[in-house]
Design a protein around this ligand. Structure first.
Ligand SMILES: C[S@@+](CC[C@H](N)C(=O)[O-])C[C@H]1O[C@@H](n2cnc3c(N)ncnc32)[C@H](O)[C@@H]1O
Length: 255
């Protein structure tokens, strides 16, 4: 992808998610896929992927702002005292749930490039009463945190939006401490689908056209030095495209 094309695509992603954040302020939910397939009623995306108990822990605006395709907090095995990083934290839903889970001795960072989403997330965390949620402005291809500073990286329907996925995997390998882990939800394609076929099934800003295939995801994480890599499909969002749980662990010692 040329630099101009990827910059234009990233600007389009930012513009679209700024609009989604502003829509929440107006009391309207807007999902992360094409208008036709992502409504508030859709069970494929958004707050319906969380348990009733989890939704009860959240301010209404945080639940309304949910634009994910899974529930990474359900699979990331967060423990008291963990430092968690959420890539592309949006309205803050997974950061707030993580902050509650890791408790006062832990911290949950949310990283997002869109000012309107960051403002919404800060308000939501304040309303939820969590003091250990920290929101950072930046891109997931260049994480503004030191090396080996994070126990767990989570993310919900964001890595497919990256215009430079090798940079994201390199950053994952850099920020996760040895022995740390990742638990990510994302849209993932079956290996039979070529990139052009993925693009026929949905837009880039709608979290479909930029999706990696299962084999590509596994290979990228293994190349970045992760062990115990797994990519499990959870629900189909378009023909051959799935919401998926991606897990991996960084070895205690480099192999
Ligand atoms: C589909 S929404 C998901 C938001 C949140 N994870 C959730 O589950 O509700 C994508 C979010 O990722 C952010 N984003 C997309 N690409 C990004 C990038 N390269 N760097 C940082 N943030 C990014 C957008 O601003 C938006 O808030």
């Amino acid at each position: 992808m040329s630099t101009t094309t990827s910059e234009a695509l990233r600007d389009e992603v930012r513009r679209r998610y700024a609009e989604a954040a502003l829509a929440v302020d107006e009391g309207e939910a807007r999902g992360c896929c094409d208008e036709s397939c992502c409504t508030r009623e859709s069970a494929d995306f958004g707050e319906s992927l969380y348990t009733i108990e989890q939704r009860g822990e959240l301010p209404d605006a945080a639940a309304l702002a949910s634009l994910g395709c899974g529930n990474p907090t359900a699979v990331a095995e967060l423990r008291a005292g963990d430092t968690v990083l959420d890539l592309g934290s949006g309205g803050g839903i997974d950061v707030i749930l993580s902050a509650k889970r890791v408790g006062p001795t832990g911290r949950a960072f949310g990283l997002d490039m869109t000012d309107e989403m960051l403002a919404l997330a800060v308000r939501n965390a304040a309303e939820a009463g969590v003091a250990n949620a920290i929101f950072l402005k930046g891109v997931i291809e260049e994480v503004p945190l030191p090396a080996a500073s994070v126990d767990v990286v989570i993310s919900n329907c964001v890595i497919n939006l990256s215009v430079d996925k090798p940079a994201v995997f390199a950053e994952l390998a850099r920020v996760v401490r040895p022995g740390g882990r990742i638990g990510v939800s994302d849209v993932v394609a079956e290996d039979r689908l070529e990139p052009a076929e993925r693009a026929e099934r949905g837009s880039y800003v709608g979290c479909v056209a930029g999706a990696l295939s299962k084999g590509e995801y596994e290979a990228a994480l293994e190349a970045a030095g992760f062990d115990d890599v797994s990519v499990e499909f959870t629900h189909e969002v378009a023909d051959g495209m799935h919401g998926a749980i991606v897990k991996a662990r960084k070895p205690l010692q480099a192999g």
